[in-house]
Design a protein around this ligand. Structure first.
Ligand code: PLP
Length: 364
């Protein structure tokens, strides 16, 4: 059977290996498997969220509220924007998909960082758009600007903090950069880890309200999958100028968010205390990763997220080490597919991190 030619160059996205797969492949007891591969919140989600989801179960027979009014109100209250500035996606992934389909075509170019979130390229390929990458591993906005002038991209992605490197763009530099971009180029600021960045360094804070007040060509993305601990619920959002939101809405399938997910996300926003506690623990544990790396003479990239990127020296191959860890029940992300000899490790709970240190020391 013949398929759409655009699919030929697409590699299926390899998500962090699920625990179930390691159980089947290596026969390890699920109790002894630790997954530090997908930047999920190791502390789970707020108890208030769990209670609210149980309470909403009787409504499961009905279609969800497609206006998503409760969640939109909660988000507009959090960010001080209007409901017309918000679109909700099945993960912010889906909002990325809407945005690329809305703006790009097979004649378009999309400018991204050399190492960044893999889904930008996959969705770009759906529409046959060409991906342009910078050279430097960290967002170098001078290089972005040079390539913007040369290539005239339709869309520019800025992922801050960046996945899978963990570094973040200085907020002032980001605003200066966007002010130099013409209003017909869509700038997408992916803030999937913004809650963590704010917890570490205020100069990295990008406020979506300020963004959309200053610029009418910017789409800000946020998600409930990381700091809020709701990866399994699949809820993310885009904040932008109402005209852009209107266009994205044309691509949204009806009922794209389930009743349970809408409820979970709305309630999650009301328990700031839970998220703040997780962020504090995250950075306490991150210190231990930094000390471990120093002891082991492994380079670690300064991270503003809930993961660290360990750059191995040429005596160790990250793909082999990730495989050895996997066989011992420790799932981390090998970054060789991104052209880096590095491991991305989600910061877990204390005992999980202890186990990682122990296993990695054993292997290297
Ligand atoms: C996790 C992540 C997302 C989206 O996650 P969803 O679960 O689809 O909301 C988007 N961008 C980056 C950089 C991420 O790491």
């Amino acid at each position: 059977m013949k398929f759409n030619k655009k699919l030929e160059s697409i590699k299926t996205y390899e998500a962090g290996k699920p625990i179930e797969l390691v159980v089947r492949e290596f026969g390890i007891d699920p109790k002894n498997i630790i997954k530090l591969a997908s930047n999920e919140n190791p502390y789970g989600c707020s108890q208030k969220v769990k209670d609210a989801v149980v309470d909403i179960i009787p409504k499961m027979a009905l279609y969800p509220d497609d206006s998503m009014i409760k969640l939109k109100n909660a988000l507009s209250n959090r960010y001080k924007v209007k409901n017309e500035n918000i679109i909700i996606g099945s993960g912010s992934d889906q909002v990325i998909e809407f945005a690329i389909h809305a703006k790009a075509s097979s004649e378009s170019k999309i400018l991204i960082n050399s190492v960044t979130f893999a889904m930008y390229e996959i969705y770009a390929k759906h529409v046959g758009a060409q991906i342009i990458r910078t050279d430097s591993q960290h967002h170098d906005l001078n290089e972005f600007y040079k390539l913007y002038l040369e290539e005239k991209p339709e869309i520019i992605f800025l992922c801050t903090p960046n996945n899978p490197t963990g570094d973040a763009i200085d907020s002032k530099e980001l605003f200066d950069f966007i002010s130099k971009i013409d209003s017909d180029t869509l700038v997408i600021v992916d803030g999937a880890y913004m809650e963590y960045a704010i917890g570490k360094d205020a100069s990295k804070k990008v406020d979506p309200k300020e963004l959309i007040e200053k610029f009418d060509n910017v789409l800000y993305l946020g998600t409930f999958s990381k700091a809020y601990g709701l990866g399994g619920m699949r809820v993310g959002y885009g904040i932008s100028n109402s005209k852009i939101i209107e266009e994205l809405y044309k691509l949204r399938p009806p009922f794209n968010i389930t009743t349970l997910s809408l409820e979970a996300a709305s309630v999650a926003l009301s328990d700031e205390e839970f998220v703040n506690k997780c962020i504090i623990s995250n950075f306490q544990e991150m210190k231990r990763y930094e000390e471990f790396a120093k002891e082991q003479k492994i380079d670690i990239i300064k991270s503003y997220t809930n993961f660290v990127t360990l750059c191995l020296n040429n005596r160790h191959k990250s793909s082999l080490i990730a495989q050895e860890l996997l066989e011992k029940g420790m799932i981390v992300r090998d970054l060789s597919g991104y052209g880096m000899n590095a491991l991305r490790v989600t910061i877990g709970k204390k005992e999980q991190n202890d186990r990682f240190f122990e296993l990695l020391t054993e292997i290297i």
